[in-house]
Design a binder for this molecule. Structure first.
Ligand code: NAP
Length: 326
């Protein structure tokens, strides 16, 4: 079978596309014929070694897939050949990645694709939307009636944050580029502001029960001031930022900052997120804004473009030959 893989960690030039032996599922695993996969920032971190992960070479890259069950082990109840499924936790934690024609997925990391959900749309959003769910619910503990400020609300993670926070009954205040404000309002944000406006931190002072910045700017001076009493910042981007923290403003108001990475989520936490995502898929929600289509063989180019910042606000989906047969 064909796969995109590396034989050592390094730059995108290390990515090979070629034949690898077909994987075999164990008792509680499922063999999936991949229809579509995608590329995420974290895939580049794993490939380069920036995020240390246990890897066995040749190492297949890629976290997400939508595919069709080819074979299910005896310990994978409720999963049958032919089922359309998705996964968003391959390619790390000792698991081989999704950028292959066929992959083995632990049964507890595989979720049904709801009927009438487009596989390309789904694979484009399962990573950013699960990230948004974990930020809001698992770590941010959002409650109905709270106010959530989403910075970078027009992006992949940001747009899912807006949609899921609205579904949770929160009031959403979005910040984005001026041209994207109507898009954010269309997702259900109650208010949307241009992040280039220098008056913004003053306007939002004390507003947020929960503040999430997907841009990675991490201006904690402004962000802490945006928090209400006992407000929480969920920090999920900006791996190399070195923000200055206004400590007094934080602790004297019982405010807090929580960091998280989806790579650390347990299978149970990811399964909770999958239930929420599937509910949105089934009702026509969580659609990607801009998708570019490519072929599995183009993974190295997709990594290059992501690292050059050419895929901001869009998703690159790589199709296998099997996608043409559905
Ligand atoms: N912790 C985790 O588990 C996890 C998981 C997934 C992703 N991430 C991280 O999340 C980040 C976002 O990913 P993404 O795919 O959503 O990126 P994206 O689609 O490029 O979205 C980022 C958005 O931020 C906006 N932005 C830039 N500067 C801003 C500012 N100062 N204030 C408000 N908005 C601003 C951008 O708008 P303009 O383009 O108009 O400037 C863009 O819409 C990445 O750094 C990624 O590594 C983390």
């Amino acid at each position: 079978m064909l796969a995109a893989f590396v034989e050592r960690l390094g730059g995108p030039e290390e990515i090979r596309f070629g034949a690898l032996p077909e994987p075999r599922p164990g008792a509680s695993e499922v063999l999936v014929e991949v229809l579509a996969t995608t590329v995420n920032h974290v895939d580049t971190f794993i490939r380069s070694g920036l995020v240390p992960a246990p890897v066995t070479f040749p190492f297949v890259l890629g976290r997400d897939l939508v595919g069709r069950v080819a074979e299910a082990g005896a310990g994978a109840p409720g999963i049958a050949p032919g089922d359309l499924v998705w996964c968003n936790s391959l390619g790390h934690g000792g698991r081989q990645g999704a950028a292959a024609e066929r992959v083995v997925v632990p049964a507890d990391r595989l979720y049904p694709l709801p009927p009438d959900t487009d596989p390309v749309d789904a694979v484009a959003v399962v990573h950013p939307a699960a990230t948004a769910y974990l930020a809001l619910v698992t770590h941010g503990r959002v409650r109905a009636g709270e106010t959530v400020v989403v910075a970078g609300a027009a992006g992949n993670v940001g747009s899912a944050l807006v949609e899921l926070a609205v579904e949770a009954g929160a009031k959403v205040i979005a910040t984005a580029s001026g041209a994207d404000l109507d898009y954010c309002l269309g997702l259900g944000a109650a208010e949307a502001y241009d992040y280039h406006d220098p008056r913004l931190p003053g306007c939002l002072r004390g507003a947020a029960d929960l503040y999430v910045d997907t841009s990675g700017t991490n201006d904690l001076g402004a962000a802490v001031g945006t928090l209400a009493f006992r407000g929480r910042i969920v920090l999920l981007a900006g791996a190399t930022s070195r923000p200055v923290l206004p400590a007094g403003e934080l602790y004297t108001q019982d405010r807090s900052i929580l960091g998280f990475a989806i790579s650390n989520a347990t299978a149970a936490e990811l399964a909770d997120a999958a239930v929420a995502l599937n509910r949105r898929f089934a009702s026509g929600g969580l659609r990607p804004r801009i998708v570019e289509l490519g072929r599995l063989a183009e993974l190295a180019e997709a990594h290059r473009r992501l690292e050059r910042g050419e895929l901001r606000g869009r998703r690159f989906v790589l199709l296998t030959d099997a996608a043409g047969k559905t």
